[in-house]
Design a protein around this ligand. Structure first.
Ligand SMILES: NC(=O)c1ccc[n+]([C@@H]2O[C@H](COP(=O)([O-])OP(=O)(O)OC[C@H]3O[C@@H](n4cnc5c(N)ncnc54)[C@H](O)[C@@H]3O)[C@@H](O)[C@H]2O)c1
Length: 363
C-alpha cells in the first residue's frame, strides 16, 4: 500500500455522512477536511470523522493541505457552481454526486469543465456497484443472448426530509426523474451499451407531499412515474417509479429479456427501515430463467453486514469508493465519466418534459 489518500468532503448531510463511513472502510483512505454549512450536520459528521478539520467555507477547504481528492455531496442545485469553483481553484480528483446539474443552461459549461479538468472526475452512480447488480451484469449476456427489453422498477419509501427541504422543489432537485431516476437512466445505458433516442413518460405528484407547504409555497415534487426509452440498438427500456410502496419486500427489481431467456436482480431497501419484528431483512436475489429448457434458478447474494450498516445503498457506496480510490492513485480508470453523468441528467430532463407536455421527446 502506498501513501494514504486524503479526502476533502463538500456537503456532509445524509449522503456525505454515508461517504464518510465508507471512506473509513477503504484501506489507505482518510477524511482530512469537511465543509458543511449546517451546524447540526457538521457535528454529526465529526462523529464519523473525528480527525477531520472542519472548514467554514469551500475556499477554506480548497486551501487545506494536504488534500488528494474531493467528494461533493451538497444539494443538487449547487453542483454545477461548486464544480466550476473547484475547477478554477484546485482541480483535484473528484467524486461528484449525481445529478451533475439541474438547470439545462448549465450543461455546456459543465461539459466544458470536463474537457479541461485534468484530473479524474467521477460521477457517483452507486447503483452500478450493488452486489446483486454486479452478478446481473456478469450473467446478463449468457442469460438473455442479448437484451431486447429491460425493466427497472423502484418501489420505495417517500423522499426523506433534507436540510432546508431543498428536495421538495423541482427547481432545486431537477425534478424526481432527474434527481433520483438519473441512476436508473445511467443503468439503462450501462446495461444496454447503447444511447437513448426517444423518451416517453407519464408522472406526477399523486399520494405524497400533497399537503406540504414551505414558506407559503406548495411542494411540486413528483412521487411516481412510468418512463419508456427507445435505444439506438433497437432495445427498449422502461422505468416504473413508485415512492409510496415502502411495504414491498424488494425496493429495486430489474428484469432483462432476450431471445434465450430472462434475468432478474432484486434488491431490498435500506435494512434500517426493515421492521425488526419481521426478522432478518430480505437478501438480494438474482434469478436466471432460460426459455429452453425451462427452469428458473435463483441465487441469493448476501452483502457484508458492515457495508450494509455503513449506508443505505446495499453496500454499493463502499465498492464505488474502492474503485474511485484506485483511480485517484492512478491504479484504475474513471468508471463513471462526466459524459455518463450528463447523459443520465439529459434523459431525466427529457422524461420530465415528456410527462409535463404529454409528448415523446427525441434525444
Ligand atoms: N448516489 C446516491 O445514491 C445518493 C443518495 C442520496 C443522495 N445523493 C446526492 O447527495 C447529495 C446530498 O444529498 P443528501 O441526501 O445528503 O442531502 P442533505 O440535505 O441531507 O445534505 C446536503 C448537505 O449539503 C449542505 N450544503 C448546502 N449547501 C451547500 C454548499 N453550497 N456547499 C456545501 N454543502 C452545502 C447542507 O447543509 C446539507 O447538510 C445530493 O446531490 C443527492 O442527490 C446521492
Amino acid at each position: 500500500m502506498t501513501k494514504t489518500v486524503n479526502y476533502g468532503i463538500i456537503g456532509c448531510g445524509m449522503m456525505g455522512q454515508e461517504h464518510l463511513r465508507n471512506i473509513s472502510l477503504v484501506p489507505g483512505a482518510r477524511v482530512a477536511a469537511i465543509f458543511e454549512p449546517d451546524a447540526g450536520m457538521a457535528a454529526a459528521a465529526r462523529v464519523s470523522a473525528p480527525e477531520a478539520v472542519i472548514c467554514d467555507s469551500l475556499d477554506a477547504l480548497l486551501a487545506h493541505e494536504p488534500l488528494d481528492c474531493l467528494v461533493v455531496a451538497a444539494p443538487n442545485h449547487t453542483h454545477a457552481e461548486i464544480l466550476a469553483r473547484i475547477a478554477a481553484r484546485r482541480p483535484l480528483p473528484l467524486l461528484m454526486e449525481k445529478p451533475l446539474f439541474t438547470d439545462p443552461g448549465d450543461r455546456d459549461r459543465v461539459l466544458a469543465i470536463g474537457e479541461s479538468y485534468g484530473a479524474p472526475l467521477w460521477v457517483a452512480m452507486e447503483y452500478r456497484y450493488m452486489p446483486p447488480l454486479q452478478t446481473f451484469l456478469e450473467r446478463m449476456q449468457d442469460a438473455t443472448g442479448g437484451i431486447k427489453m429491460l425493466t427497472i422498477r423502484e418501489h420505495r419509501f417517500p423522499f426523506l426530509e433534507k436540510v432546508g427541504n431543498w428536495n421538495r422543489f423541482n427547481r432545486n432537485s431537477g425534478g424526481t426523474l432527474v434527481e433520483k431516476c438519473c441512476h436508473f437512466f445511467d443503468l439503462m445505458r450501462f446495461i444496454l451499451q447503447s444511447e437513448p433516442v426517444r423518451v416517453m413518460a407519464s408522472g406526477g405528484q399523486v399520494v405524497n407531499h400533497l399537503d406540504e407547504v414551505y414558506d407559503g409555497e406548495p411542494s411540486d415534487i413528483w412521487d411516481s412515474a412510468y418512463v419508456i426509452v427507445d435505444f439506438a440498438s433497437g432495445a427498449r427500456a422502461m422505468l416504473e417509479l413508485c415512492m409510496y410502496a415502502e411495504g414491498a419486500q424488494f425496493q429495486e427489481e430489474i428484469a432483462a429479456v432476450g431471445p434465450l431467456g430472462k434475468i432478474e436482480a432484486k434488491v431490498p431497501g435500506p435494512g434500517r427501515f426493515w421492521p425488526a419484528h419481521l426478522g432478518a431483512a430480505p437478501l438480494p436475489q438474482v434469478i436466471v430463467s432460460p426459455r429452453n429448457p425451462k427452469g428458473p434458478q435463483m441465487v441469493e447474494i448476501p452483502v457484508d453486514p458492515a457495508l450494509l450498516t455503513a449506508g443505505d445503498h446495499n453496500g454499493s457506496t463502499f465498492y464505488q469508493h474502492h474503485r474511485f480510490n484506485a483511480a485517484v492513485r492512478g491504479d484504475g480508470p474513471v468508471e463513471v465519466t462526466l459524459r455518463d453523468g450528463e447523459r443520465a441528467v439529459a434523459m431525466g430532463m427529457a422524461a420530465q418534459t415528456s410527462a409535463r407536455e404529454g409528448r415523446a421527446v427525441e434525444m
